[in-house]
Design a protein around this ligand. Sequence first.
Ligand code: HEC
Length: 217
Amino acid sequence: MPKLPRPDPELLKTLKTPLLVVFGLALVVFAVLGWRGRESGKPPVQFWNDMADQNKWKPQSATSFYADGRTARMPVDGTVPWGQDVQTPDPVHAQVASELYALEQGPLPVDRTLLARGKAVYANFCTLCHGAAGDGQGVTTQYGMNNPPAYTLERLRGATDGYLFKIITEGKGQMAPLAGRIPVDDRWAAVAWLRVLMRAGHASLDDVPEAARKELQ
Ligand code: HEC
């Protein structure tokens, strides 16, 4: 390798301060603006492919792995696809929806099984905003959720099952529609549980079994 000529030490000394200033300024500019490269349309060079390229099945292709020879799988039983039910905007479903909304009482018999289901649905989907007791004090209210109403309100106690079902289905205000996440029967179960909470919020001592009254008094 040819030897590089050594720079003149005197020249370096004179240039030292201006060079430092220029580098310093450049550093400040990069620090503030950051180094923004241009976008590239080309895929990045990969030294290790990691998970970016991996063996996969393309949709609609064949495989010998599954008995039916297809890579595509059916959804697991009980899966609720988005828009499957009353929210689907086709006229038949819209009519079904309005019929359900008009119901005075839910179509399912209210028994222990339904209430247990409703309690579980409520715990999973409603407690966070409405509170376990339905007083509208769920944890999200501490983070800016506009106060959900207490179910004990006269207006809601007087509402039909169909109306409550509609609220769960379509949402209201800051409450998102839950139709896509809660199957129809589970929504009716939740309505039944709302009735329990409403009743509990207006309970009197006479509702408590005689034996347990003393404890409360
Ligand atoms: C993300 C928070 C949130 C979740 C989750 C949520 N709600 Fe609500 N809910 C609200 C808010 C906020 C309101 C008040 C809406 C308004 O009046 O603007 C409300 C209102 C209601 C009302 C009263 C409607 C009326 O006419 O005043 C009912 C009944 C209700 N929710 C039931 C439920 C049920 C049942 C669930 C669970 C299946 C649920 N909500 C899940 C936030 C939520």
